[in-house]
Design a protein around this ligand. Structure first.
Ligand code: AMP
Ligand code: ZN
Length: 112
């Protein structure tokens, strides 16, 4: 499958890994928007939040179990933001479900 994040998970494209378990891979965003900017993805391909269903929601649960561990490892003791862009209006650019963890500074309170 021609998917950038599947290739990153497979190790075919390099990434800076920050966390990995059976279901989840997390790596640094190549174009960081904050001092800490990590992408958390399911190892099994899911296109977007709009594709979450009973068959793959366990992967999403695993992601949200990993997020506090990643945040702690990154030193985000004062809070952080978790975002997923879904589809055209949200400007999703990579069509493999991913959650941005942003932190390490006071983030703008406007999201849109
Ligand atoms: P989105 O716009 O929500 O689909 O987010 C895609 C994110 O993937 C952007 O923040 C990009 O900077 C990031 N990105 C694209 N290519 C890479 C890559 N090779 N390694 C790490 N992050 C990437
Ligand atoms: Zn993929």
């Amino acid at each position: 499958m021609d998917c950038l994040f599947c290739k990153i998970i497979a190790g075919e494209i390099p990434s800076t890994r920050v966390y990995e378990d059976e279901k989840v891979y997390a790596f640094r965003d190549i174009n960081p928007m904050a001092p800490v900017h990590v992408l958390v993805v399911p190892k099994h391909h899911v296109a977007s939040a709009d594709e979450v269903n009973t068959a793959n929601s366990g992967d999403v649960a695993a992601i949200f179990e990993a997020i506090p561990k990643i945040a702690a490892a990154e030193g985000l003791t004062n809070g952080y933001r978790v975002i997923t862009n879904c589809g055209e209006d949200a400007c999703q650019s990579v069509h493999h479900l991913h959650f941005h963890i942003l932190g390490g500074k006071k983030l703008p309170d406007q999201m849109a």
